[in-house]
Design a protein around this ligand. Structure first.
Ligand SMILES: *Cc1c(COP(=O)(O)O)cnc(C)c1O
Length: 392
C-alpha cells in the first residue's frame, strides 16, 4: 500500500503509511519526542543512518514528515515542509528567496500580512517590492527590474478573486532567472497544481482547506528537493517555525477527507454563487466558477475546480444596511479565516475610505462568504431572507 501514488484519494488515505511498522495500528502514532537517540557514537557522529534519520524536532519528525509527504504528492512536488502557520511558511520562504538589494514583484491583493511583510518589514533589509494587479502577464513583465529575484503570486486572490496566468508568468520568470512562489490556499492541490504549470514553489495556509476543520493553524511549502532541503536547513531550522507533531497529526487527519470536502464546497458554492448572481439586490459576484467571471476561460485552463470562498457586492453603500445584512444571517457566522465546516461572512471593506475603494476597484458593500457544509439549500434560504430586508 506504500506505493507511489498520483491519485488524490489514495494519497490522503494510504500514501506514506505502513501499518505493519506500527503494530498494525491503522492510524500512524504521534511522535511527541524532542530528540532521537542513537545506538553508537559512530552513528551519532555520522548524523544517523537509514534506521535513524531523525535528530531533533525543530529540524524534522516522523509525524510531521507524513503530512509533508502527502501534501508534496498532492501538489506533484518533489518535497514539502510543514510550518507552525501559513505565515511562518510564507515569511520563511520569502526570506529564502531574497537578499539585501533584491526586488520582488507581487500581486497587490495578496494576503494582508504578507503584503505588510514584503512592503514594510523587508524594507528594513533593503528589499524593495512593486505591487501589480497581476491580471495581465504584462503587469509582471513591465514591473521587472534587473534586480528582481522573486514573483509572488496568489491566484485567485482571496477578496476579489482575480487570477494570474500561471503558465505564462512562470515561462517569463524562467527566461529571466526569477523564482516564482504562489499561495495556493484557495484552490488547494485538488483543483490547482501550480508546479505542473511551471511555478517553482507552492505555499499554503493549512489552517484553511488542508486542515479543514477550523481547529489548527499550520502552513506548508512545496517545491524541488534542492529548494526544500535548503529551506529546511536554513529558514525553518534557524527561525524555528516548524509545525508541532500534534498539529501535524490533525493536519493528516484533515487531509483524509480533502477530496470529498472540496467536492462538497464546490457544489454548494456554485449553487450559492448562481443564486446571488440572479438576485436583484446584488451588484456583482466574485467567484471564478461563474461563467460571468472576467477570467472564466483562464480559470478553466489552469484549475480543475473551485472552492467555497467568494465575495459579492450589495447594491448599497450604506454602512448600517451592510452591517445589519451580515448581522441578520443565521448560519453564516461572523469571523475571519475560512476553509472549515462552518459558513462565515464578513464585510471587509466596511471601514475602507472611499478613495481607497475607488483605487482598488472595490465597494463598501462587498461581503466575503465562506461556504461550509451546512448544505446549499439552507445557506441560500439564509441569504435570501436577509437580502429581503436590505433597502437599496
Ligand atoms: C489565512 C491565510 C494565510 C495565513 O495563514 P495562517 O495559517 O493564518 O498563518 C495566508 N494566505 C491566505 C490566502 C490566507 O487566507
Amino acid at each position: 500500500m506504500n506505493h507511489e501514488s498520483t491519485n488524490p484519494s489514495l494519497i490522503v488515505t494510504h500514501y506514506g503509511e505502513n501499518p505493519e511498522e506500527q503494530f498494525g495500528a491503522v492510524v500512524p502514532p504521534i511522535y511527541q519526542n524532542s530528540l532521537n537517540v542513537y545506538p553508537t557514537v559512530d552513528c551519532y557522529l555520522n548524523g544517523g543512518d537509514e534506521h535513524h534519520p531523525y535528530v531533533y524536532m525543530r529540524v524534522s519528525n516522523p509525524t510531521i514528515r507524513l503530512a509533508e509527504q502527502k501534501i508534496a504528492a498532492l501538489e506533484k512536488a518533489e518535497d514539502a515542509l510543514c510550518f507552525a502557520s501559513g505565515m511562518a511558511a510564507i515569511s520563511s520562504t520569502t526570506l529564502a528567496c531574497v537578499k539585501s538589494g533584491d526586488h520582488i514583484v507581487a500581486v497587490r491583493n495578496c494576503y494582508g500580512p504578507q503584503y505588510s511583510f514584503m512592503s514594510s518589514y523587508l524594507a528594513r533589509f533593503g528589499v524593495t517590492v512593486t505591487f501589480v494587479a497581476g491580471e495581465r502577464v504584462e503587469d509582471f513583465v513591465e514591473a521587472t527590474q534587473d534586480n528582481t529575484t522573486l514573483f509572488y503570486l496568489e491566484s485567485p486572490t482571496s477578496i476579489n478573486f482575480r487570477l494570474q496566468d500561471l503558465s505564462a508568468i512562470a515561462q517569463f520568470a524562467k527566461s529571466k532567472g526569477i523564482f516564482t512562489l504562489i499561495d495556493n490556499s484557495w484552490a488547494t492541490p485538488i483543483y490547482q497544481q501550480p508546479i505542473t504549470l511551471g511555478i517553482d514553489a507552492v505555499l499554503h495556509s493549512a489552517s484553511k482547506y488542508l486542515g479543514g476543520h477550523s481547529d489548527i493553524v499550520a502552513g506548508v511549502l512545496c517545491g524541488s528537493k534542492e529548494f526544500i532541503a535548503r529551506v529546511q536547513g536554513q529558514e525553518r531550522a534557524m527561525l524555528g517555525g516548524i509545525l508541532h507533531p500534534q498539529q501535524a497529526f490533525l493536519l493528516t487527519r484533515g487531509l483524509r477527507t480533502l477530496p470529498i470536502r472540496m467536492k462538497n464546497h464546490q457544489e454548494s458554492a456554485l449553487a450559492v454563487a448562481r443564486f446571488l448572481e440572479g438576485h436583484p439586490k446584488v451588484k456583482a459576484v466574485n467567484y471564478p466558477g461563474l461563467e460571468s467571471h472576467p477570467q472564466y476561460a483562464l480559470g478553466r485552463s489552469q484549475m480543475s475546480g473551485y472552492s467555497g470562498l467568494m465575495s459579492f457586492e450589495l447594491k448599497t453603500d450604506d454602512r448600517e444596511q451592510i452591517a445589519s445584512f451580515v448581522d441578520r444571517l443565521e448560519w453564516f457566522q461572523i469571523g475571519c479565516s475560512w476553509g472549515g465546516h462552518e459558513s462565515l461572512a464578513i464585510p471587509p471593506m466596511l471601514n475602507t475610505p472611499q478613495e481607497h475603494l475607488d483605487e482598488i476597484g472595490s465597494s463598501r458593500g462587498l461581503i466575503r462568504i465562506s461556504i461550509g457544509h451546512e448544505g446549499a439549500e439552507t445557506l441560500i434560504a439564509d441569504l435570501e431572507a436577509s437580502l429581503e430586508k436590505v433597502r437599496v
